[in-house]
Design a protein around this ligand. Structure first.
Ligand SMILES: [Zn+2]
Length: 300
């Protein structure tokens, strides 16, 4: 009987050399954004999309207000623009989105984070989960454009999941709280008639300023820099159902569960349609398509 010889256990010197190699190697970004297919219609089109409303080239077709400590859903047709607007005071929003025709296809924050960065801004795309993996929408205007501060913080993160009543229950010895973003989004899902709690997923933390501490690498927040008049604007790359919650933490200037009563404001949502209906088509844009991978996975 032959058997595979056992791998030789590395010597202490080999282990030390391997550790030293890791520490000495500069970070290697896993995904090069320039390797993903370019945006259909080109960067010039996407730059222009962020200016259409200001230049009266798009008209308002839908507007709604998300009350404080609550969530709303809205539908957006492919090729329409939508905004989440700071309309009353500094406030963050937890956003979910789904393919309108298939609730199983939703925003996939971890792959979006791997492809782009821990925080999103103009030009970044919100990708959907497997087996679909396509852009659901693209950010065309971010009035905050915070970049990174010296603590490594940025705005609009895809690292936090969402505040939820289960963690709250765990950390408060059983307290019941029904206005966490997860519960707010659950109510909005049920209100939509096509979604339920199981469809709530990890969010885009709109306007939220977060990072990881340099020393202990813990998730931290700072007061959001958002001010009345700021907004984030998206192009719908396919027909979407979108929902957003006004987080009960308000501008997140207090630690979760850290006491104090956060001030919470409503937010406004607007959906716009382009005046020139052929603008996107003429530029070569088309709705995103789900992944064409065969899904054979090496199975015989
Ligand atoms: Zn929240």
């Amino acid at each position: 009987m032959s058997s595979t010889p056992a791998a030789k256990i590395a010597t202490a010197a080999e282990i030390a050399a391997r550790r030293a190699l890791t520490r000495a190697t500069k970070p290697i970004p896993c995904y090069a954004v320039d390797q993903i297919p370019p945006k259909k219609g080109g960067e010039a089109l996407y730059s222009e999309l962020g200016t259409l409303v200001a230049n009266n080239k798009a008209k308002l077709v839908q507007e709604l207000e998300i009350p404080a400590r609550d969530a709303k859903y809205w539908d957006v047709q492919q090729g329409q623009l939508f905004r989440i607007i700071c309309s009353h005071g500094p406030q963050v929003a937890d956003m979910n989105c789904w393919s309108l025709s298939n609730p199983k296809e939703h925003f996939y924050s971890s792959k979006t984070r791997q492809i782009h960065a821990s925080h999103l801004t103009t030009g970044d795309r919100l990708w959907s989960n497997m087996p679909y993996l396509r852009p659901l929408c693209t950010i065309v205007h971010d009035t905050i454009a915070y970049g990174w501060d010296e603590d490594g913080a940025g705005v609009h993160d895809v690292i936090g999941s969402r505040c939820d009543p289960y963690t709250h229950h765990l950390m408060t010895e059983g307290e019941e709280f029904h206005h966490c973003c997860h519960s707010n989004l659950t109510r909005a899902c049920i209100d939509s008639g096509s979604l339920a709690e199981e469809h709530v997923h990890d969010v885009l933390n709109v306007f939220m300023c977060t990072g990881f501490t340099h020393d202990t690498h813990q998730y931290f927040t700072k007061p959001s820099p958002v001010q009345v008049g700021d907004y984030i604007e998206f192009l719908a790359e396919t027909d979407l159902r979108v929902a957003a919650s006004t987080c009960p933490q308000g501008d997140v200037s207090l630690a979760c569960g850290g006491g104090g009563e956060p001030v919470v404001y409503p937010l406004t949502v607007q959906v716009y349609e382009m005046n020139d209906k052929d603008m996107l088509k003429n530029a070569g844009w088309e709705p995103s398509q789900v992944s064409q991978y065969s899904r054979s996975h090496g199975l015989k």
